[in-house]
Design a protein around this ligand. Structure first.
Ligand SMILES: [Zn+2]
Ligand SMILES: [Zn+2]
Length: 428
């Protein structure tokens, strides 16, 4: 049995998980807060398909990246095409911008998206093969003010989510003009210790030596510790861009640390790279990472416009965010007899139209049993409808918290519940 298969067809596939209702409210809260923040900065949602042509990621994410080399969910479809479940979002957005020529429209090219990504990674605590990202991208904005605004926006979002104890790391990874000299220097340094580097690093020496800094092997880390920093190799334009980026971060009062070994695991990055990390649970984990990719669109055969963005892992975020579940307020309709059932169903519709959550259960039970259900489900109110109530067109309205019960007509019941609901919402 292959390891991606579940033990039985009745278990979720390894590396995937169900998001159950008890957890879903946190997801919804994060999503709605993120959307609200992004829209404030002029971003708009873009939704692209979960699968794309494999070449898109080979070309975009990069043929030498770990993602493309080791982690893609690639398959041949029934039409013989090579298809890949997106391992990241940026290439899809770049493709959509080019395909729909969005760059010809007057709106700024600022996009956000929240959804699943897929990587055949080693499943471990907090890491899944279907995982979720909050992603933003900006195109055609070369100014470093944009880079600073993005970092400030990410910081604002984390604050709104009450995430504390974060640190912002920034770096510049240069451009195709200045990087070759740095690569050459890294190759020559690596050449001196080559036999002692891990096989992965030896491969990276040839393909993308910057990647050696991503290696988690201790002996590699020790060997590369004294290798030169990219910041000493930046060309004048990159140095200037990086300096102005930091001036604008200072303007926002954003605290950051320059981390010259922050290189990001994807081929297309140029100049600005950044991460926001958190020290929760003893280990330093990246909550969010991003950077500039000024040549991706051009390399795709699109217009020569630059890009920058970040991606944030929702599962990682959830491990450090504590969102209290708001108390649900709803009305339970208890009924006795077929006529009362009809009245309950109709009344529930009227309440729902007024924005009041209602529950009608369809199985006939005794009143005591129904009140027991309402208690167990933690209903805020119960409306009791029996033949007597229908005849008088008055209902018994019970406040489940106080146990108080009163008789009220339909409109009065509705008004009472609306008022109580507003009062409670005001409390929250
Ligand atoms: Zn440069
Ligand atoms: Zn290594």
């Amino acid at each position: 049995m292959s390891d991606q298969a579940a033990k039985t067809p009745l278990q979720a596939i390894k590396g995937t998980k169900d998001i159950l209702p008890a957890e879903a409210h946190s997801w919804q809260a994060i999503e709605s807060i993120a959307k609200a923040v992004f829209e404030l900065y002029g971003y708009r949602e873009i939704r692209t398909p979960v699968f794309e042509a494999t070449e898109l990621f080979e070309k975009g994410t990069g043929e030498t990246s770990d993602i493309v080399v080791k982690e893609m969910y690639t398959f041949i479809d029934k039409g013989g095409r090579s298809i890949t479940l997106r391992p990241e979002y940026t290439p899809s957005v770049a493709r959509a911008v080019i395909e729909h020529r969005l760059y010809l429209e007057p709106r700024p090219l600022k996009f956000y998206y929240i959804g699943p990504m897929f990587r055949y990674d080693k499943p471990q605590k907090g890491r899944y093969r279907q995982f979720h990202q909050i992603d933003i991208e900006v195109f055609n904005e070369p100014d470093p003010g944009c880079d600073a605004e993005i970092v400030e926006m990410a910081d604002t979002l984390l604050r709104k989510l009450n995430v504390t104890g974060t640190e912002i790391l920034v770096n510049s990874v240069g451009c195709p003009k200045c990087r070759p000299a740095y690569h050459a220097e890294l190759r020559s340094q690596a050449g001196r210790v080559e036999g002692r580097l891990c096989p992965d690093c030896q491969r990276k020496t040839q393909t993308n030596p910057l990647r050696m800094f991503d290696c988690k092997v201790d002996s590699c880390r020790a060997l590369t510790r004294d290798f030169p920093d990219i910041t000493d190799f930046l060309c004048e334009e990159c140095r200037d861009h990086f300096a102005r980026f930091r001036v604008y971060l200072d303007l926002y009062g954003i605290k950051y640390r320059i981390e010259p070994r922050l290189v990001r695991g994807i081929d297309y990055y140029t100049r600005t790279a950044f991460e926001i990390i958190t020290g929760h649970e003893g280990a330093q984990n990246a909550l969010l990472g991003g950077g500039r990719y000024d040549n991706l669109m051009k390399d795709f055969g699109g217009p020569d416009i630059c890009g920058i963005g970040f991606a944030m892992g929702v599962e990682r975020l959830l491990s450090v965010v504590a969102l209290a579940r708001p108390k649900e307020k709803f009305l339970y309709l208890a009924w006795m007899g077929e006529e009362a059932k009809k009245a309950a169903m109709e009344l529930a519709r009227a309440f729902r139209r007024q924005g009041i959550e209602c529950l009608v259960e369809f199985k006939e039970r005794g009143l005591k049993s129904q009140l027991g259900r309402a208690n167990k489900l933690e209903a805020s109110w119960t409306v009791i409808i029996g033949e007597d109530e229908i005849r008088k067109n008055k209902f018994q309205l019970k406040d489940m918290a106080t146990g108080e019960q009163r008789e009220a007509g339909r409109d009065e019941t509705m008004a009472l519940i609306k008022a109580a609901q507003q009062l409670l919402q005001g409390d929250a």
